[in-house]
Design a binder for this molecule. Structure first.
Ligand SMILES: [Zn+2]
Length: 328
C-alpha cells in the first residue's frame, strides 16, 4: 500500500518510470530483478581473448553450444539462475549466440556495452583515441537504446577495464564515457581494476565530478588487492567489491575474505564469482561452479545463516546491477 502511494505521488511529479518494479535487461529482454535468483556476477560464457580484435566475435556456434549448454545445465542443477557475462565487444562478445544459449538452458544471461581498456588497450577500437568522451558514450547509449550488433538485445551493464600502473589517458577517458552512459541509462559500471588502487581513486574522482554515487561502481577483481583497509573503505563508500576469482583450490582464502567483510558489517557490498569461462579460446574450460558446490556448503558449515547466503548470492548481485541512475 505504501509503495502504491509513493507511485501515485510520483506519477503526478512525472517520475512515472520509478513506479516500475526494479529491472535489468537480459539477452532475452527486460526482466524484473526479483527473478534473477542466484546470480554469478562476473563470468565469461565464452570469449575470444587472445585473438585479434573483432567488434562482434564469430564462433563455431555448434561447437560452442555443444560445450556450453551442458555446463550451464550443470550450473542450473546447482541452483544458479543468472550469469553476468563480462566478455566485452572486440574480445568475444556475441549477443545473439548468448541468447541461443540462454534459450536452450533457461539461464538468464546479461551481456554488456563498453570497451575493455586492460590487456594494454589491445581491445580498444582506434576511433576511441580521437573521439570525445561524449561520442564514445553515445555509442554505448545507442546499444542500450537500439540493441547490440543489429539485434534487439540490450546490454545490462557497462564493462570497463584498467591496465596496471598509473591510469592511462585512454582508460580514464573510457571510464568517464562510462559515467556519462550511466547517467543516461542507469547501467552499472563493472570495472576490471584488480590491484590498482590509483585507478580506484581516479574512478571515484570521476564519479564525483559527474555527481554519480559510488554505488554505481563494481570494483572487478578486487580479490587481487591485499589491502584490507582499502577494500573495506571502498565498500563503506557504497561501491561494490567483487571477489571474483573463486576456484576449488582457494576456498579458504575466500572464506577469510568474506569473514573480514562480515566482521565489518559490509557483507551487503560483496559480490562473489569465479571469472570462469565455459568456452575460452584454445584452452580448457575454466569452471565456475565452485561457489555453488564448495564455497556455500563451507559457509553453511561455518555457521553462516541462510539469510547471509541469500544476501551474497541473490540480493547483492540484484542490487548491484539493477538498472537505475545513482546520483550523489
Ligand atoms: Zn573477467
Amino acid at each position: 500500500m505504501k509503495q502504491l502511494l509513493v507511485c501515485i505521488l510520483l506519477v503526478s511529479s512525472t517520475h512515472i518510470s520509478l513506479c516500475q518494479a526494479p529491472f535489468i535487461f537480459t539477452v532475452k529482454g527486460k526482466l524484473e530483478v526479483e527473478k534473477l535468483g542466484f546470480a554469478l556476477p562476473h563470468e565469461h560464457v565464452m570469449s575470444n581473448f587472445g585473438a585479434d580484435p573483432e567488434i562482434s566475435a564469430q564462433y563455431d556456434n555448434r561447437a560452442v553450444l555443444k560445450q556450453v549448454v551442458p555446463y550451464l545445465n550443470k550450473l542450473k542443477s546447482l541452483g544458479v539462475k543468472s550469469i553476468f557475462d563480462g566478455t566485452a565487444a572486440y574480445f568475444g562478445r556475441n549477443a545473439a549466440l548468448l541468447k541461443s544459449i540462454s534459450t536452450q538452458t533457461g539461464i538468464h544471461i546479461i551481456t554488456n556495452t563498453g570497451f575493455y581498456g586492460a590487456a594494454e588497450d589491445r581491445y580498444v577500437p582506434n576511433f576511441a583515441y580521437k573521439a570525445s568522451v561524449d561520442s564514445i558514450a553515445n555509442v554505448w547509449v545507442d546499444e542500450f537504446k537500439n540493441g547490440i550488433d543489429s539485434t534487439e538485445i540490450r546490454p545490462g551493464f557497462v564493462k570497463l577495464a584498467f591496465d596496471a600502473g598509473r591510469p592511462s589517458k585512454i582508460d580514464l577517458k573510457l571510464f568517464e564515457a562510462g559515467v556519462l552512459t550511466h547517467l543516461e541509462t542507469g547501467l552499472t559500471l563493472a570495472v576490471h581494476t584488480g590491484n590498482n588502487l590509483k585507478a580506484v581513486r581516479r574512478q571515484f574522482a570521476l564519479l564525483k565530478k559527474h555527481g554519480v554515487s559510488p554505488t554505481a561502481l563494481i570494483w572487478i577483481h578486487a580479490n587481487k588487492s591485499d589491502n584490507d583497509r582499502q577494500l573495506l573503505s571502498v565498500a563503506s563508500s557504497g561501491a561494490w567489491v567483487s571477489l571474483d576469482g573463486v576456484d576449488p583450490y582457494n576456498i579458504d582464502e575466500y572464506v577469510d575474505r568474506i569473514a573480514l567483510f562480515k566482521k565489518n558489517f559490509l557483507l551487503h557490498k560483496v559480490l562473489l564469482s569465479h571469472d570462469g569461462n565455459s568456452f575460452p579460446r584454445g584452452a580448457a574450460i575454466r569452471q565456475y561452479h565452485a561457489i555453488a558446490e564448495i564455497l556455500l556448503p563451507k559457509l553453511r558449515e561455518l555457521g553462516y545463516s541462510e539469510a547471509e547466503i541469500h544476501q551474497l548470492t541473490v540480493e547483492n548481485p540484484r542490487n548491484a546491477y539493477t538498472v537505475r541512475v545513482r546520483s550523489l
